[in-house]
Design a protein around this ligand. Structure first.
Ligand code: FES
Ligand code: FES
Length: 161
């Protein structure tokens, strides 16, 4: 009998860069992003899909990276918070969060940003994002009000441009 395959080659695009790696088949996607690719903006807390801090986009759909294996994203387009913008060059959504004080410690923020980004791409309204997306993210600091304000500010800027 053949020994079970424990390592697999995967090819994917991460934040616009082609990536080819060999990974243990049991490696979580969140671990792969953080430990193999050094993309530590993807935060990990609960590791069972509840807190939302590990949220990223896979083919523009928001997913919990702690609930997927790295091998499951073979052939996909993955986006993490590092792909949104950078220090000195924030995305409009990041800028709105910063201007409206939508974060305090910032632990939950990358996951929230990626969820919002996914919903904006699918055409969701500001209200729908405030009601539905935020309910899938645990934030222990802000009380959510300033995040909601930031989302509305972002939509106001977006609608003007
Ligand atoms: S760490 Fe993935 S949802 Fe909490
Ligand atoms: S800003 Fe601290 S957990 Fe959300």
């Amino acid at each position: 009998m053949n020994a079970p395959q424990t390592v697999m080659a995967i090819n994917l695009v991460v934040n616009g860069v082609q990536v080819a790696r060999e990974v243990e088949v049991r490696t979580l996607l969140s671990t792969f992003l953080r430990d193999d690719l050094g993309l530590t903006g993807t935060h990990v807390a609960c590791e069972h899909g509840v807190c939302g801090s590990c949220t990223i986009l896979v083919d523009s759909q928001s997913v919990r990276s702690c609930l997927l294996l790295a091998v499951q994203v073979d052939g996909t387009n993955v986006e993490t918070v590092e792909g949104l913008g950078s220090l000195g060059s924030l995305s409009p959504l990041q800028d709105a969060m910063w201007r409206e004080h939508g974060l305090q410690c910032g632990f939950c923020t990358p996951g929230i940003l990626m969820s919002i980004e996914g919903e904006v791409r699918s055409g969701a309204s500001a209200e729908a994002i405030c009601d539905e997306v935020l309910s899938g993210h645990l934030c222990r600091c802000t009380g959510y009000q300033n995040i909601r304000t930031a989302i509305h500010a972002y939509f106001a800027t977006k609608d003007e441009s």
